[in-house]
Design a protein around this ligand. Structure first.
Ligand code: GLN
Length: 250
């Protein structure tokens, strides 16, 4: 049995999983296993309470507006305090697209406002105009995360009707190189507050950006030292292909 184990809690894996966002969990599991790091996966869906101290990493994928509504109210009612407590003690929270939107203060869809858990200072407004108002396509952003040697690229795919506006207390995850990002006009993508990350990038995100998976594992386990290197030939090729799809030069 490996000594260290990454304890992951998947939030609403049954409802918040579009564009194969669950693949992010699989990649985390594999990269831990290949290094002899244990991996414990728990899921928490509607009605389930979460223990803020029992998990190193909380994960929520993307979802349709309808599923998001269900989750939003449940998140606020049964999980908000625990997620704040977990984030405050440095647990990693990774949320993609619909999940990302729910980390903020609210998501406004026409006359309706669905609540977020206020883990980060942002709000989202769905654009009018049906499908024409969606921001869709391949995307590449530049991010500069602590503990990394310098700026790096994340590449993925976005498809969202919501425009996410960061408040004065929020830092973006990255700068848009190609694609739309948070609003299509701000030049920013995602959000980061310490170990809390939100992003519109599907793909899924981590198989296309394995280096980010390693950063998350390190942060979640509180490891100072870099993780043991792996043979990433396939992962690097996948990353290059996602960057090329987004229109970045080789
Ligand atoms: N329903 C949200 C939107 O359209 C999120 C979509 C998603 O997770 N891809 O903005």
């Amino acid at each position: 049995m490996p000594e260290a184990a990454l304890r992951v809690c998947a939030l609403y894996p049954d409802l918040m999983n579009i564009y194969a966002d669950r693949g992010n969990l699989l990649l985390l599991e594999r990269r831990c296993a290949w290094r002899g790091i244990g991996f414990e996966l728990t899921s928490a869906s509607v009605g389930d309470r979460v223990d803020p101290d029992a998990h190193d990493l909380f994960y929520m994928g993307g979802g349709q507006d309808r599923d998001q509504k269900l989750c939003a109210h449940d998140l606020v009612d049964t999980k908000r305090e625990a997620l704040h407590a977990a984030a405050d003690r440095g647990a990693v929270v990774l949320a993609v697209c619909g999940g990302y939107q729910l980390l903020g203060r609210s998501y406004v869809l026409g006359d309706e406002e669905i609540p977020g858990i206020g883990l980060v200072d942002l709000h989202t407004i769905r654009a009018d105009g049906g499908t024409g108002g969606r921001l869709v396509g391949n995307v590449a952003i530049e991010v500069d995360l602590p503990g990394t040697p310098g700026p790096r690229v994340l590449a993925g795919f976005e498809n969202h009707g919501g425009r996410t506006h960061l408040g004065p207390g929020a830092e973006p995850l990255g700068r848009v190189l190609r694609g739309h990002g948070n609003t299509g006009a701000s030049g920013f993508e995602g959000v980061r507050r310490g170990n809390v990350l939100g992003t519109y990038l599907h793909g899924p995100l981590l198989p296309k950006n394995a280096w980010l998976a390693d950063w998350l594992i390190r942060r979640a386990l509180g490891l100072e030292a870099a993780l043991a290197p792996l043979d990433d030939a396939l992962e690097d090729a996948t990353h290059r292909s996602a960057c090329a799809a987004a229109g970045l030069p080789e």
